[in-house]
Design a protein around this ligand. Structure first.
Ligand code: ATP
Ligand code: MG
Length: 648
C-alpha cells in the first residue's frame, strides 16, 4: 500500500466547507480534551423536549461498564427528522425515490413524509404497538420503509430492520432473537427487474416452530404480485392507512431510550444485535453527515446503501433528515438495466454527493469506463465509500472516472456498532491518500495496541481500539449484555476493541489493514489482507481478489489467493505465474502467493463484503465446518469454489 500519492485539499472544497485544516485540528483538540463542553455545544443541533444538563457519562472498565450521553435530556427522533423542518422547509423534497425501473421516480416533501409518518404511527398504535416494543421491518427500498422506521421512532418503538435480501431462515432467526410481535413487509420487492418474494419469505419464516411471537403482519402493496393471505394475522398497510389521522404527538423519549436494534453484517461470525439509543446516536449521525459530506442546504445527497444496514439507518434516513437534507432512496441495483445506471441517476436528479461501497466500485470498474462515460456526472462534488478497505486502484478509478478528478473521495471507516463514521477525511480539511481512511472525527480517539494491549506510538501497525466513548456508540448487544462486554471491552481492557487491524503512517493517517482475525503470519511476518489484495487488484486483468492464510508446513501459514478476473481475461497458468511475480514486485517476496485459485466470484455478505472466514475454510479443505453461512449473498459461490479447490 503506497503512501506515495497525496491529493491536497481542493480549493473548491475548502472554500465551501464548514472547516479547514486548522479548524479541524482546533475542534478535534477541544473535542478530546473537553468532551463535555464540546458535545454539550454540538448536542444543541437537535431539538430537545427537555434539554440535557449532563453530557458524557462513560466508563470502559469492563467490571463497571457504562455508556451514557445526554442522559437527562428528552427528545423524539422523528420530530427531529420531520416536525422541526415543517415551518421552514415543509415543501422541500425530503426523499427522492428512484425506483428499480428507471422510469419510476417521485419526490416526497417534508410535509408529506410527516403526514405519512403520523398516519402510520397511529396505525401502529391501533395494532397495539407501544413504547419499548420491537417491530421487525422486512422491506424493499421504498418510501414506506422510511415511513415505517420513522413511525416506530415517533411512538418510541424499536425497529429492527432485516435486509430484504435475507432468506426466510435468516429472517426467522432475527425475528426470534428480538421477539417481535409485528412484522412489516411488502407483497414483493423489485431488484434488477425481478420480483423478490418478501411476503412469501415472511410466511416461511413464521412457519418455523420456534418463531412464536408474531401476531400481526402488515403488508405494503408494492408490485400487486400474488401472495398467500393469513386471515387474522395479515393486514394491508393501505387499508389501515386509509382513515388514519395525520396527527400524532411524538412520544417524549429519554436520550438513553432505545431507538433501534440492528444486526451486523456477519462477516466474521454470527451477527450481533446492536442496540442504539436516541440522543447520542442522533447527535452523532447528524453531525457526521453534515461535516463528512459537507452537507449544505439545497444539496442532493445519495447514499446507495440499503435500510437493512447501519449505513442506510445513519446516512440515508436519520442523519440526512435530521439535517433537513434531500436524500435519495434507490430501490434498484447498480447494474440494472445496465452498468451505466449509477451515472444516469446522478444526472437525472443532479446529485451532488454520492456515497457507495468498494464492492460496487470494483464491479463497475471491471465493466470498463464506457458505462460510466454515458453520463456527465457534472453535478457531483463529493464521493464517499464505506464497508471494506478500498484498494488504491479502485479509489483512483472512483476519483478519476466517476468524479472526473474534481471530487474529493471520503473513505469512511466505521461499524454498525459505532453508529456513525469514526475515521474519515473532511473534504475541506484533509489531504487525501488513496486507500487511507485518514484521520479521526471529532471526539474519536483511535489507538493501535500490540497483542498484549500496549499502546503503540508513532508510525506503526497494530490492533485498532478506541480509547474513549463517543455519542453514537452502541449501548449493548440486544438481550446479551455479557456478549457486549466480552466482544468489545475484554480483549484490551479499558478500550473499545474494533476487531480491525490498522497501520498509522508518519502523518498520523490510519490505513485499515483488514480484520484482525484475517491477519496472516507467514514465516513470522504479520501481514494484513488488504495490502496483498490491493496489489493484485492493481493488475490490469484482476477485478477482485481475496487473500487468506492456510496451514503450511514450513512457513506456518501460506498465502492462498482467490482471484476474479476481468470479463475479457483468460485464466491461464502463465497468468498465475505472472501474478505471483507481480505481487513479489509490488510488495516483496514475503507476500508472494503460494496458491492461486481462480474464483468466478467471491463469497460475500449480503452487504457486499468478502467473507474471508469461509475462504479460509475452503483453503484449508475444511468444507464441513464453514460456520454461519446464513448471511451469505449467494451460497452457490461457495460450492463452485469448493469444486474448483478440488481441481486446484
Ligand atoms: P460482523 O461484525 O457481523 O462480522 P461486519 O463487521 O462486516 O460483520 P459491519 O458493521 O457492517 O459488519 O461492518 C463494519 C466493518 O466493515 C468494519 O469493522 C471494517 O472491517 C469494515 N469497514 C467498514 N468501512 C470501512 C472502510 N472505510 N475501510 C476499511 N474497512 C471498513
Ligand atoms: Mg464487525
Amino acid at each position: 500500500m503506497s503512501d506515495g500519492k497525496v491529493y491536497p485539499v481542493k480549493e473548491a472544497a475548502k472554500s465551501r466547507a464548514l472547516v479547514d485544516k486548522e479548524q479541524y485540528m482546533a475542534m478535534y483538540k477541544e473535542s478530546v480534551e473537553n468532551p463535555n463542553a464540546f458535545w454539550g455545544e454540538h448536542g444543541k443541533r437537535l431539538d430537545w423536549i427537555k434539554p440535557y444538563t449532563t453530557v458524557k457519562n462513560s466508563s470502559y472498565d469492563r467490571n463497571n461498564l457504562s455508556i451514557k450521553w445526554f442522559e437527562d435530556g428528552t427528545l423524539n427522533a422523528s420530530a427531529n427528522c420531520l416536525d422541526r423542518h415543517l415551518a421552514e422547509r415543509g415543501d422541500q423534497t425530503a426523499i427522492i425515490f428512484e425506483g428499480d425501473d428507471p422510469d419510476n421516480s417521485r419526490h416526497i416533501t417534508y410535509r408529506e413524509l410527516h403526514q405519512e409518518t403520523c398516519k402510520f404511527a397511529n396505525v401502529l398504535k391501533t395494532q397495539g404497538v407501544k413504547k419499548g416494543d420491537i417491530v421487525t421491518i422486512y422491506m424493499p427500498m421504498i418510501v414506506e420503509t422510511a415511513v415505517a422506521m420513522l413511525a416506530c421512532a415517533r411512538i418510541g418503538a424499536m425497529h429492527s430492520v432485516v435486509f430484504g435480501g435475507f432468506s426466510p431462515e435468516a429472517l426467522a432467526a432475527r425475528v426470534k432473537d428480538g421477539g417481535a410481535k409485528w412484522v412489516i413487509t411488502a407483497d414483493q420487492g423489485l431488484r434488477g427487474g425481478r420480483p423478490v418474494p418478501l411476503k412469501k419469505n415472511v410466511d416461511a419464516a413464521l412457519r418455523h416452530d420456534d418463531v412464536t411471537t408474531v401476531e400481526k403482519v402488515i403488508v405494503v402493496q408494492h408490485t400487486a404480485g400474488d401472495i398467500d393471505w393469513h386471515e387474522g394475522r395479515d393486514v394491508w398497510f393501505h387499508e389501515l392507512m386509509a382513515d388514519a389521522s395525520t396527527e400524532c404527538e411524538p412520544v417524549e423519549m429519554n436520550a438513553e431510550d432505545p431507538l433501534f436494534m440492528l444486526y451486523t453484517s456477519g462477516s466474521t461470525g454470527t451477527p450481533k444485535g446492536v442496540l442504539h439509543t436516541t440522543g447520542g446516536y442522533m447527535v452523532y449521525a447528524s453531525m457526521t453527515h453534515e461535516y463528512v459530506f459537507d452537507y449544505q442546504q439545497g444539496d442532493i445527497y445519495w447514499c446507495t446503501a440499503d435500510f437493512g444496514w447501519i449505513t442506510g439507518h445513519s446516512y440515508i434516513l436519520y442523519g440526512p433528515l435530521a439535517n433537513g437534507a434531500t436524500t435519495v432512496l434507490f430501490e434498484g441495483v447498480p447494474n440494472y438495466p445496465d452498468s451505466s445506471r449509477i451515472g444516469k441517476v446522478v444526472d437525472k436528479h443532479k446529485i451532488n454527493v454520492l456515497y457507495t461501497a468498494p464492492t460496487a466500485i470494483r464491479a463497475l470498474m471491471a465493466e470498463g469506463d464506457q458505462y460510466m462515460k454515458q453520463s456527465t456526472r457534472e453535478s457531483l462534488r463529493l464521493l464517499g465509500t464505506v464497508g471494506e478497505p478500498i484498494n488504491p486502484e479502485a479509489w483512483e478509478w472512483y476519483y478519476n472516472v466517476v468524479g472526473d478528478q474534481r471530487c474529493p473521495v471520503v473513505d469512511t471507516w466505521w461499524q454498525t456498532e459505532t453508529g456513525g463514521i469514526l475515521i474519515s477525511p473532511l473534504p475541506g480539511a484533509t489531504d487525501l491518500k488513496p486507500g487511507s481512511a485518514t484521520l479521526p472525527f471529532f471526539g474519536v480517539q483511535p489507538a493501535l495496541v500490540d497483542g498484549d494491549g500496549n499502546v503503540l506510538e508513532g508510525a506503526t501497525e497494530g490492533n485498532l481500539v478506541i480509547l474513549d466513548s463517543w455519542p453514537g456508540q452502541m449501548r449493548t448487544v440486544y438481550g446479551d449484555h455479557e456478549r457486549f462486554i466480552l466482544t468489545y471491552f475484554s480483549t484490551y481492557p479499558g478500550t473499545y476493541f474494533t476487531g480491525d487491524g490498522a497501520r498509522r503512517d508518519e502523518d498520523g493517517y490510519y490505513w485499515i489493514t483488514g480484520r484482525v482475525d484475517d491477519v496472516l503470519n507467514v514465516s513470522g511476518h504479520r501481514m494484513g489482507t488488504a495490502e496483498i489484495e490491493s496489489a493484485l487488484v492493481a493488475h490490469p486483468l484482476v477485478a477482485e481478489a481475496a487473500v487468506v492464510g492456510y496451514p503450511h508446513d514450513i512457513k506456518g501459514q501460506g498465502i492462498y489467493v482467490y482471484v476474479t478476473l476481468n470479463h475479457d481475461a483468460d485464466p491461464s497458468d502463465e497468468l498465475k505465474t505472472e501474478l505471483v511475480q507481480w505481487v513479489r514486485k509490488e510488495i516483496g517476496p514475503v507476500a508472494s502467493p503460494d496458491l492461486i485459485q481462480w474464483a468466478p466470484s467471491l463469497p460475500k455478505t449480503r452487504s457486499g463484503k468478502i467473507m474471508r472466514r469461509i475462504l479460509r475454510k475452503i483453503a484449508a479443505n475444511e468444507h464441513d465446518s464453514l460456520g454461519d453461512t446464513s448471511t451469505l449473498a449467494d451460497p452457490s459461490v461457495v460450492e463452485d469454489l469448493i469444486e474448483f479447490r478440488e481441481n486446484t
